[in-house]
Ligand binder design. Structure first.
Ligand code: BGC
Length: 754
């Protein structure tokens, strides 16, 4: 049945081989050498062709596309999902173009392919880079089997704004943590060898500053001082480059007035020259062309000139390169050396991927349902991404529970659990919380299911009565609320971060029954939850948990597993508090050191400065709803006995900081122990805390363990106003902590000469 996928031996194939081999002269061993050798045989048109990426055209391959491939004018395609079309495209490139250079086929494989893992922001809450690596490896294998060579992931944009819909796609607010996650995901997709047919090329995106979009509005400008770019936004990309990422994608935004796709400094100088990145840079979807709308380019010719000069090697979707680069080179406006560099980079990755030997390694396989082992991993990933934010003690649910009400629009909606960018996962293969609970408890608990609302934005209250009746006939209510997948992701920013539709009213109606309500939120971002807490006995944050979210949630609710995730993004008390993040600056008037009068207590006509002048809000103070690093467990962990091996850290030496963590509760559990520092005086002011390490440990009930972190001077530096990485001597505070707002603090001095 699949013999149509087996390469045919005919005169064309033989001719293609004949033409393909001379391009690999004897002695050309490495991908670089092979790319160089091939480049020498290419015309300018063919080199520019490698720099052109087109999107799928839905259906029949148009004649002009066939012609363009034959003429060597297309180097890559994205989103081709039809197996036969894809094979035919590749055949055209291999057999009917002069040099037989294969196409590189791309797809957005963001958090899983057929097996959908939790959204990246959720995966980050596991604080387990290795788990993230394994998830990406599954996604790579599945995507490779479907014929893709390249994913546009991971997204590693540090962001501090939950209004921004794409917060779901990244790892949160912290550059150190995001760097670890980014590197792990790159390794997961790419494995040790890109030529391994189970791996695909990764893409570090979006370079750079996309997460700093003004007002959290997607695509908006980013104003980022150079030192902040280096200290906050660039580190994950650097980590990805160091991990060997094959490609980098430019971002849509402008950075300090220059759109990323035309930004010479970030692309050519920092990424390629300073970091020595050897892969290639692809623009984001028409981000080159959009430089006209930004007001940075006059027309498409100008777009081609500025993008190529800046260092964009491949243009996605728009046609500035295809239409104008050749004339620009022939007219002397672009040196051919720039084109050679771009084409060589692209060819190198194609050689690395082994595409010349076999451009379609897996096309003989039909689409496969997820494997059991992959589903088990997705379940583990969902489990470890769950963050318990509140618990009166009602969770885990009592084993003697006899009846349960399951309410809410997210309780049994297999599509909405999959989150943004789900393109290849099938809702019918995902297990909802309702199904997960039923599978787990069987007949032992009677379950009264009434969604109350059809979907998260639903305002129709006709289902309330049945939901309230279900609540009344049960001992405990589980309310699955949140945001549908479409409310986060690209261009899906929100100004209000509440539960949309009539979910809040439904929660009120449920709470009015007097039955304890456990709130489970499934969402693509932090929501503002403070006003919900007086109506709930517990709050479990489940994000968009992917294919296996239901069983993972059920396991935690019933205590088969304990929650252990911690937030990698600060939860605001109100939208007006954004941006709010742990690594903020102290200001000259830090609020924690002052007596503050809150709004309701301000006497009428109070004197202006009598309220305690400090950096805060009169109505909500200065603390967030939940800090970075926060998450509860079913047990308690006590931190004690902080020790530093020395009060001074000398050049070339290492300081060990340790503390004893004790599981003082009655259950076994995992704790994510965090190491923070504060540089008290700097030539540029430093954040009040910076994450420098973390460890996840499993402790049995009653067990204690000493957890140690090593600090070396090089970890204590930062980029200064001259963009130099400096390690400045002086006093430092250090914490071993359960989250960014608490912990045990010590102090040491970094001696000069470090
Ligand atoms: C997104 C990228 C994505 C690309 C291709 C763009 O709209 O910003 O993240 O990789 O589309 O689908």
């Amino acid at each position: 049945m699949f013999d149509r996928f087996i390469p045919r031996i005919n005169w064309r194939n033989i001719l293609a081989l004949f033409f393909a081999f001379p391009i690999l002269p004897i002695g050309a061993q490495t991908s670089e050498e092979k790319a160089d050798a091939l480049l020498k045989r290419m015309t300018l048109t063919e080199k520019i062709g490698q720099m052109v990426q087109i999107n799928d055209f839905n259906g029949e391959i148009p004649e002009h596309v066939r012609e363009a491939i034959r003429a060597g004018k297309i180097g890559s395609m994205l989103n081709e999902v039809e197996v036969e079309t894809s094979l035919e495209l590749q055949r055209l490139a291999r057999e009917e173009s002069r040099l037989g250079i294969p196409l590189i086929m791309a797809r957005d494989v963001i958090h899983g392919f057929r097996t959908v893992f939790p959204i990246p922001l959720a995966q980050a809450a596991s604080w387990e880079p290795d788990l993230i690596r394994k998830g990406a490896a599954v996604a790579a294998r599945e995507a490779a089997q479907a014929g893709y060579h390249w994913t546009f992931a991971p997204m590693m944009d540090v962001t501090r704004d939950p209004r921004w819909g794409r917060i779901a796609e990244g790892f949160g607010e912290d550059p150190f943590l995001a760097s670890q996650m980014a590197a792990a995901m790159v390794k997961g997709f790419q494995g040790d060898d890109l030529a391994d047919p189970h791996t695909i090329a990764a893409c570090a995106k979006h370079f750079v500053g996309y997460g700093a979009a003004e007002g959290g509005r997607d695509y908006d400008r980013a104003i980022i001082p150079d030192h902040m770019l280096r200290n906050v936004f660039l580190p994950p990309f650097r980590a990805a480059v160091d991990a060997g990422v094959a490609t980098v994608m430019t971002s849509f935004n402008e950075i300090n007035g220059i759109p990323a796709s035309g930004h010479v400094k970030i692309l050519r100088e920092i990424l390629k020259k300073e970091w020595g990145f050897e892969g290639f840079v692809v623009s984001d979807w028409e981000s080159t062309k959009e430089m006209i709308a930004h007001g940075y380019c006059e027309d498409m010719r100008d777009v081609a000139r500025k993008s190529a000069r800046a260092g964009v090697d491949m243009e996605m979707q728009s046609s500035a390169y295809g239409d104008h680069l050749e004339a620009l080179v022939r007219g002397g406006e672009i040196p051919e050396a720039l084109i050679d560099d771009a084409a060589r980079r692209i060819l190198k990755i194609k050689f690395d991927l082994g595409l010349f030997e076999n451009p379609s390694p897996y096309r003989i396989a039909p689409p496969r349902p997820p494997l059991a082992a992959d589903l088990a991993l997705a379940r583990e990933s969902a489990l470890k991404s769950l963050v318990l934010l509140e618990n009166s003690g009602i969770l885990p649910l009592s084993p003697s529970l006899k009846s349960l009400a399951v309410i809410g629009p997210m309780a049994d909606d297999p599509y909405e659990m999959l989150g943004t960018w789900n393109r290849d996962g099938l809702p019918e293969e995902s297990i909802t919380p309702l199904a997960g609970i039923r599978n787990l408890v069987g007949e032992s608990v009677s379950i009264h299911y009434a969604p109350g609302l059809d979907f998260s934005r639903d305002k129709n209250r006709s289902g309330f009565e049945a939901a309230v009746a279900a609540a009344q006939s049960a001992e405990v209510v589980l309310f699955f609320a949140g945001e549908e997948s479409i409310l986060s992701g690209e261009a899906h920013s929100r100004a209000y971060l509440d539960l949309p539709g009539a979910q809040n009213e439904l929660l009120e109606a449920l709470a009015a029954t007097g039955k304890p309500v456990v709130l489970i939120i499934m969402a693509g971002r932090p929501l503002v939850v403070g006003n919900l807490l007086d109506k709930t006995a517990a709050l479990l944050y489940a994000w968009h948990p992917g294919t296996m979210g239901g069983p993972a949630i059920a396991d935690v609710l019933f205590g088969k597993e304990a929650p252990s995730g911690k937030l990698t993004i600060t939860f605001p008390k109100a939208e007006g508090q954004i941006p709010v993040y742990y690594a903020h600056k102290n200001t000259g008037r830090p609020p924690h050191s002052r007596k503050l009068t809150m709004m309701d207590d301000i006497p009428r006509r109070a004197y202006q400065s009598s309220l305690g002048d400090a950096s805060r809000y009169l109505d909500i103070g200065y603390l967030p709803q939940y800090p970075f690093g926060y998450g509860l467990n079913y047990t308690r962990f006590e931190y004690g006995d902080l020790k530093l091996t020395s009060a001074v850290l000398k050049p070339g030496e290492t300081l060990t900081v340790s503390a004893t963590i004790r599981n003082s509760g009655k259950r076994d559990g995992a704790e994510i122990v965090q190491l923070y520092i504060r540089d008290l005086v700097g030539s540029l002011t430093r954040p009040v805390r910076e994450l420098k390490g973390f460890q996840k440990i499993n402790l049995k009930a009653g067990e204690s363990r000493q957890v140690s972190f090593e600090l070396r001077p090089a970890q204590l530096g930062f980029y200064n106003g001259d963009e130099q990485y400096v390690v400045e001597p002086g006093r430092f505070q250090v914490w071993i902590a359960p989250d960014a707002q608490s912990g045990l603090m010590g102090e040491f001095e970094l001696l000069p000469g470090s």
